[in-house]
Design a protein around this ligand. Structure first.
Ligand code: ZN
Length: 179
């Protein structure tokens, strides 16, 4: 139970479809340890979401925590630390909007990606209960980015234009709209 290494773009685990997590194992010692590793690694990274494949565990478990509502995308709803087991996304409205995304597995880089902005996610929580959450705007983007990791997809696959992929420093220098 500790901060784990976050694997980076090029590691084959990031490209695998992760195995659905066996529901009977929710709340097992193995599960609690995985969730604890994800919690500590996410807190250490300063990110808002982390999927198990990013710590080289190829199962469909991800965690999201948004503690600071002020982001560069404007004010968003906070979300307490939440565990998502075997999440399935349904698009409720195919209309897309674009955001610059970053990823703990692609450190130092940013890319512009368009995604649907109104989705529903069905998942099991850390007690094994079925849950549904509806998300819109930037949060819909965050959830899609995070759960893509469970299917071997990375945001770099979805860049609107390869020219809209850059180092974070250059992003801040040349691509952020002046306030
Ligand atoms: Zn990511």
């Amino acid at each position: 139970m500790s901060v784990q290494e976050i694997i980076r773009l090029g590691h084959p685990t990031l490209r695998q479809t992760a195995a659905p997590f066996p529901l009977e194992k929710i709340q097992s010692a193995e599960f609690e340890e995985l969730v604890d590793d994800l919690r500590q690694t996410l807190a250490d990274s300063g990110g808002i979401g982390l999927a198990a494949p990013q710590i080289n565990v190829s199962v469909q478990v991800a965690v999201i925590e948004i503690s600071n509502p002020k982001t560069r995308y404007g004010e968003v709803k906070t979300l307490p630390f939440t565990v998502f087991v075997n999440p399935v996304i349904s698009v409720l409205d195919p209309a897309v909007a674009g955001y610059w995304e970053g990823c703990l597995s692609v450190p130092g880089m940013m890319g512009f990606v368009e995604r649907p902005q109104h989705i529903k996610v069905d998942y099991f929580d850390d007690q094994g209960r079925e849950q549904t959450m509806e998300l819109s705007g930037f949060l819909a983007t965050v959830f899609q980015h995070e759960f893509d990791h469970l299917y071997g997809h990375l945001y770099v696959d979805k860049l609107l234009d390869p020219k809209l992929f850059c180092f974070e420093e250059e992003y801040l220098k040349f691509h952020v709209d002046p306030e």
